[in-house]
Design a protein around this ligand. Sequence first.
Ligand code: PEP
Ligand code: MN
Length: 345
Amino acid sequence: MIIPKKDKLSIEELKKVEQIASTSECTILEIQGRNRCVYAILGDETQEVMFKRIAGLPFIRKVDRIESPYKLMDSRSALADHRVKVGSMDVGKDSPFIIAGPCTIDPANPKLFLETAHALREAGANALRGGVWKPRTNPYSYQGDSQALEIILQAREETGLPIDVEVMDLEQLKLALDVKVDVLQVGTRNALNYSLLKQIGHLSVGTESAVLLKRGRHVASPNEFIAAAEYIVAEGNPNVMLCPRGTTPALDGYRNHPDESISPLLKNKTWAPVVVDPSHSVGHSDYVMACSLAAIAYGADGLCIESHIDPAKGIGDDPKQAVCPNKIKEIIGAAKIIWNKRYVA
Ligand code: PEP
Ligand code: MN
């Protein structure tokens, strides 16, 4: 990783670096953070001469060499100090970052979503979630509707809260970017869809849209999870949050196998904030509070929780999984207590 002395290399400086890299058949990728750019060397990085020549350029502060399968996500990378911001919130800095909202927005009943949004703002949530397009196991279940995007945009307008929307393909991604969705969610089913991850990383470069990457349910070891995030960052968007959301095999009685316990591992291996989804982990509203607090105790930076003002009237996962906004308020209160007391390694 190349770190320049100034915030960004000029076109001429970048050309010089690229020339040196090309003699070793490497290319340079510019990664744009909010405050400065760093540059990754892609290709065979064992070329000692190339490193020395780049490090010797007068406008280069240093060249870091990291032996890691995910050199950009690695906590030792030049992005180690990178902060992910969503709206006005610096994720993981002062208090738990709470995303809350229904699993699925019901386009036939916008009022329910808007009332939920207002109640969640009152409860202290920092961002609103709401499924517009839904990945459903059964092809005959409700699949989502682009009309719901208008509803969540209205909620953002009315509450001032940033919004989190899952995208599953290029068309949805473009629609979401057009309206400046604040958090692009990648669901568990697409967590290892490398083409989509690359498209998201590439098209969101230079935007304010962060990405909430869920952990793949079927096969994702922590390293595989981090490598998936690397795909997004390697395209140039470093604003990635890692979201454990339960994995297989399910614990009898829970929807999945709760995995908030990998939070400290992820935080140790990477610099990225960890935002745990307790709702899909346990799959039942009764257990969401315990799972949320466990996640914060484990060092998570935030939570993504399904919440609905009247869960029984919700669609998607809401009737079984969503908690009411007053429960969100309770969770936030208790999470802050743990947050302020927890041991920080
Ligand atoms: C969701 O957030 O509603 C969702 C479908 O999540 P996951 O991809 O984790 O199942
Ligand atoms: Mn859901």
